[in-house]
Design a protein around this ligand. Sequence first.
Ligand code: SF4
Length: 252
Amino acid sequence: MQQSRKRLFISLLMFSLLALVLISIFAWWLVSQQNFFINQIILTSVVVLIVVAFFLIGGSIVALVFSIWRSTSNHSLNIIMRKVSKILFPIALQIGKWFGLEKDIIKNSYIQVSNQLVELEKKQVAPENILILAPHCLQRVECNHKISVNVNNCKQCGLCPVGDLLTLSKEKNVQLVVATGGTFARKFIRERRPQAIVAIACERDLTSGIQDVEKIPVIGVVNERPEGPCHNTRVNLCAVERAIDKLTLKGV
Ligand code: SF4
């Protein structure tokens, strides 16, 4: 089984290389044989496509800056801007790394931009359709209560933020789940079908999560890690409450 899995990936790598070689040969043939009419049409179409893509991406970046500056936006524009920032994100990350910027700082900035785009949409969501998605690392390591099975198993002893999150979720009438990883987070989203999510996690998980569920508005709240990553983490409850209020339009 292990062998066939490795073979699959290596075969895909070889096919990728073959595809790159074929594309390069085709591009070279197009450029070197410009006398053929069909080549001229293909070359012109490719150039037009590239120019259109640049205009779309450039326009989206200008719209993004304008939206943030003027604090205004609309739904369709938001979808395009979110898609473009998702496409350009790995490039921005790489460029940031060349400039010596820490990955988490860049990801945190991406989360803030994404949050603002969601907030600017001013989409009013009923509280019961909002899901707080909390990470398992908020739970005190010594605690044995199975809160990822059912968060109501929490005894609200006050040793970790889960008890307060549970109180907040009840006060605000929103749903709360504790996920032990990305697979469970996706499972909860499939089952609960929320119309908006308040996600608590580290920069890495939030960035990938926001990009994963691009159809559902997500406000990300970065957790605090006083004892290091994935271990007895904390969260700013006021930030979670603010996020809920933004989605229900109470904080606008
Ligand atoms: S607040 Fe809940 S989850 Fe946290 S340690 Fe106490 S019982 Fe466990």
